[in-house]
Write a protein that binds this ligand. Structure first.
Ligand SMILES: [Zn+2]
Ligand SMILES: [Zn+2]
Length: 158
């Protein structure tokens, strides 16, 4: 088990399986949504100075339903794919261009920092309009009662 900064020297040659774990704060997530541990399970492949990382990042986001305003936990399992080259293997301009294209990172030959890639992958996975469940009926616009247990007193059919 390691953190989210991979120590390239300790990786076995060719393909290695890396389990990483840390807090949300370790990857720079401090918003109230992020209270749970972040886990990563990666296949790391080293071939010369090129490192590729493929795997999944898991956590749970604590969200508020936009319809009924109830708080709920959303389990997340986000795929992560990262390619990294060693700094200095291409020109500076090339490196800047490559970094802008999400998947490419740079390492210094010793460590590969996955924290930013993990943070972005998790943030991208957050829904814009979180719902406690897909068909949450929300609140009654008249009395404000929660409608998921059943119709409220305003319902004429009741
Ligand atoms: Zn809801
Ligand atoms: Zn009502």
């Amino acid at each position: 088990m390691t953190g989210f900064v991979l120590d390239l020297a300790t990786l076995r040659p060719a393909v290695d399986r890396v389990e990483a774990e840390g807090t949300a704060a370790d990857v720079g997530l401090s918003q109230p949504e992020w209270r749970e541990a972040v886990r990563g399970l990666f296949q790391v492949e080293k071939s010369g100075d090129r490192v590729s990382v493929r795997g999944t990042v898991q956590s749970r986001a604590h969200l508020e339903c936009v319809r009924c305003l109830k708080e709920f936990d959303l389990p997340l399992a986000v795929p992560l794919v990262v390619y990294a080259e060693r700094t200095g293997s291409s020109s500076r301009e090339e490196e800047e261009l490559l970094v802008r294209d999400d998947y490419m990172l740079f390492h210094d030959g010793r460590r590969l920092d996955l924290r930013e890639a993990i943070r972005e992958a998790l943030l991208l996975e957050l829904p814009m309009t979180p719902r406690c469940r897909e068909d949450c009926p929300g609140l009654c616009p008249k009395c404000g009662a929660e409608l998921s247990p059943g119709p409220c007193a305003c319902d004429p059919d009741r």
